[in-house]
Design a protein around this ligand. Structure first.
Ligand code: ATP
Length: 514
């Protein structure tokens, strides 16, 4: 697969565990597939990501407000939204290995292999032509590349037709025609393709009382739709306006692999933006630009993002795209931006018998608003941060270090305060500094081991600044502040420390650029 780096993913998983970012769930019982726990550093990073999103979406926009809806909802919600009837993935089993796969993912992986061949041709040509290489022209004219591309287009076309017409037999024929083998066993002995509903269900109330089946929400969005009028009325919101929410969602994924990329319990950060029908394309473009801008501000490398427009639109959508990130498994969906028309609100009107409309005083009429949705997986964002941050370096003195270059504004710990020695009053002075800084920043204190070893420990968890207290501190009230990325140490007066740290780790300076 293009850009695939299994080794990098393995290293990230091991590092995340060793340094308290992410543990397998209930590990003492050998874990539970596709469930993970965020450790002491993970929870800080996750909270910082949530806060950066919330501030950018809610705090910075007068016309967007927040919501925290419950996970359990009236079961009719999921009938109305279409999830009971259609929240399915096509699955297929390999009869020899007994492994289960998503049929569309098997086909997409096959396409990714062909894309890998195109990338190889491009790399070869780039080497051959050197500076004069024109990638766009090469892609548009090279016979072999065009052949691969038309193969991809024809597979995509067949897959789209099969999925849209719900023709599972055609999907199986496509898998057979492409000669797709089980990645584990190499066997091509497949069962028929079947639909599998992804919602988890449970029972409300005691069984004896005649329990009713309810679902764990598979997306947070429906909590927003059913509260549309509550928020609009009590907040006196005028169209266009948005409702934002962060919360857990649950999906019984057929294949849950690739670490926190695809989990069965995960967290979403979603915003539904209600607009006047007819204005939706303008707002769709607005949110595409705003969201990609937000990602680029985070500082994970602009080259790691790309848009992917949906060819297979859901029946209720009139435009949709993904923001993809360059994960160790290649470019994959990080966030979805969807123009959902009035599908959801209309469906809830029909099923509840309640009007979910906005009276537009300018138009002097009521209408069901259209919706633009931005939906990002918090755990996928977390994996994007780990991917971009994980760095193995050889330093100028020949030594090696593993450093998490997490952007300072979202780093779990902002400052480590380190007395050079565990004596001569240095620990006391260091604690004095810590006590002041910790009022505003998440800080840590460490006096164990040689200073070099302590710096490495902070590098490994991504602490952007280390403040070291030495004998000179006692004489002139100065400390050194070490930068994690460039390793520069600067001596500054303690009186300037707070302002300096605040400047360096500021979320405000990021928000100002929005
Ligand atoms: P995919 O095609 O990868 O299954 P999706 O298109 O079903 O994703 P959406 O329904 O658009 O995903 O959900 C919005 C966002 O929620 C996704 O962009 C992703 O970041 C996140 N997400 C969806 N499913 C999972 C999961 N199983 N684990 C972690 N994050 C998820």
């Amino acid at each position: 697969m293009a850009n695939q780096d299994d080794n990098l993913l393995k290293k990230i998983i091991a590092h995340a565990k060793e340094y308290g970012f992410i543990f397998p769930s209930s590990e003492i019982y050998d874990g539970l597939a596709a469930a993970y726990d965020y450790g002491q550093n993970g929870v800080e990073l996750k909270n910082n990501l949530k806060s950066f999103w919330w501030k950018a979406m809610v705090q910075m926009n007068e016309n967007i407000v927040g919501l925290d809806a419950s996970i359990f909802m009236h079961p009719t919600t999921w009938k109305a939204s279409g999830h009971v009837d259609a929240f399915n993935d096509p699955m297929v089993d390999n009869k020899d290995s007994k492994k289960r796969y998503r049929a569309d993912v098997l086909i997409e992986d096959h396409i990714a292999k062909i894309e890998g061949k195109i990338n190889k041709e491009v790399d070869k040509a780039a080497k051959r032509f050197g500076d004069s290489f024109d990638k766009e022209q090469y892609l548009a004219t090279n016979g072999r590349v065009l052949g691969y591309q038309s193969e991809i287009d024809s597979i995509n076309e067949r897959m789209k037709n099969a999925i849209e017409s719900d023709n599972l037999a055609d999907l199986k024929t496509l898998i057979e025609d492409l000669g797709i083998a089980d990645p584990v066993s190499g066997s091509k002995n497949w069962t028929d393709v079947r639909q599998f509903n992804l919602m988890f269900s449970t029972e409300l109330g005691s069984v004896a009382d005649g329990a009713s089946k309810i679902y764990l929400r598979p997306e947070t969005a429906q909590g927003i739709f059913v509260n549309f009028l509550n928020v609009q009325k009590t907040g006196r919101m005028k169209i266009p306006f948005g409702i934002a929410q962060i919360g857990k969602a649950f999906r019984n994924e057929i294949i849950a692999r690739q670490f926190i990329f695809r989990m069965r319990e995960f967290e979403q950060m979603e915003m539904q933006f209600f607009v006047k029908p007819g204005d939706e394309m303008q707002w769709y473009e607005h949110w595409k630009n705003t969201r990609i801008g937000w990602h680029k501000l985070l500082g994970l490398g602009e080259e790691n993002y790309r848009f992917h427009d949906h060819l297979n639109l859901a029946h209720y959508a009139n435009a949709a795209c993904d923001i993809e990130f360059n994960f160790p498994m290649g470019f994959k969906e990080l966030e979805g931006i969807h123009s959902r028309t009035d599908f959801d609100l209309k469906a809830h009107e029909e099923h509840s018998g309640k009007k979910l409309q906005f009276f537009d005083p300018q138009e002097n009429k009521s209408y069901v608003p259209y919706v633009i949705e931005t939906s990002i997986g918090l755990d996928r964002l977390f994996l994007a941060v780990l991917t971009a941050a994980f760095t193995e370096e050889t330093l100028t003195d020949g030594s090696e270090r593993t450093v998490m270059k997490i952007p300072a504004a979202i780093a779990p710990t902002k400052v480590a305060v380190l007395p050079l020695l565990k004596k001569d009053g240095l620990p006391e002075k260091a604690r004095e500094i810590l006590d002041e800084l910790k009022l505003d920043f998440n800080c840590t204190y460490d006096e164990k081991d040689a200073i070099g070893k302590r710096y490495r420990r902070q590098d490994a968890v991504g602490t952007p600044y280390c403040v070291t207290v030495d004998h000179q501190t006692l004489e002139d009230n100065t400390v050194t502040i070490r930068d994690r990325d460039n390793l520069q140490q600067e001596r500054i007066n303690i009186s300037e420390l707070h302002a300096r740290v605040s400047d360096l780790v500021s979320v405000t300076s990021l928000l100002k650029k929005i």
